[in-house]
Design a protein around this ligand. Structure first.
Ligand code: SF4
Length: 191
């Protein structure tokens, strides 16, 4: 919080935001964070931790024991949505919050058509087979990598997955199917 005060005072052009990843260990502090954001006039974005990671040899529940229950997440997101409608500066889209209210909904992932994840070894990540990167960008250009049959198949396969819980993946996937959501009331307005 001291850093926040210093940035607000000495670097007013820096855009500050709180980012809060919900787990079972902090979900009881959601309301406190909303109040803190309101008090300090700092917008806040919530997300739910991912628990499943995919490998060529199967899916691994790497963080399941860290996750809050569906009911707890639903209740917290209902309160976050209410706070947003009452004027708290919550960065999440209403659609994202509603996605978890009443239990997480299925969705068709389109995120990897928009974002390419490249690791420090310049491997293009395959989020469905994390141990088997698609190509290395020292050996192939981005354009050629995207033309590889494996990359094209990967994009098709990602449409059958909905394991990520982040606003990046979920909002992007909704927007891919209906760009009108970017301007509709209650849709996906960022910020
Ligand atoms: S939801 Fe999308 S980005 Fe996340 S692991 Fe599945 S395919 Fe990959």
């Amino acid at each position: 919080m001291k850093s926040v005060e210093i940035i607000k005072r000495d670097y007013p052009l820096i855009s500050l935001q709180f980012s809060f990843s919900i787990s079972k260990y902090n979900i009881h502090r959601v309301d406190e964070m909303i109040a803190l954001g309101d008090e300090r006039e700092i917008p806040i974005a919530f997300n739910v931790i991912n628990i499943i990671r995919h490998y060529s040899y199967g899916d691994i529940d790497e963080k399941g024991e860290l996750s809050a229950t569906n009911q707890e997440i639903s209740d917290a997101f209902s309160r976050i949505l209410k706070a947003k409608k009452n004027g708290s500066h919550i960065l999440n889209s209403e659609m994202y919050l509603k996605h978890f209210i009443g239990g997480k909904k299925p969705y068709r992932c389109h995120a990897r058509k928009v974002f390419m994840f490249v690791n420090s070894n310049v491997d293009i990540e395959d989020c469905l087979r994390l141990d088997k990167p698609i190509a290395n960008l020292r050996k192939v250009s981005v354009k050629n990598a995207m033309s590889l049959p494996r990359f094209q198949q990967y994009l098709k396969d990602t449409e059958k997955c909905d394991s990520c819980n982040s606003p990046t993946m979920i909002d992007t996937s909704y927007a891919w199917e209906d760009w009108g959501l970017l301007t509709k009331s209650g849709g996906i307005s960022f910020g």
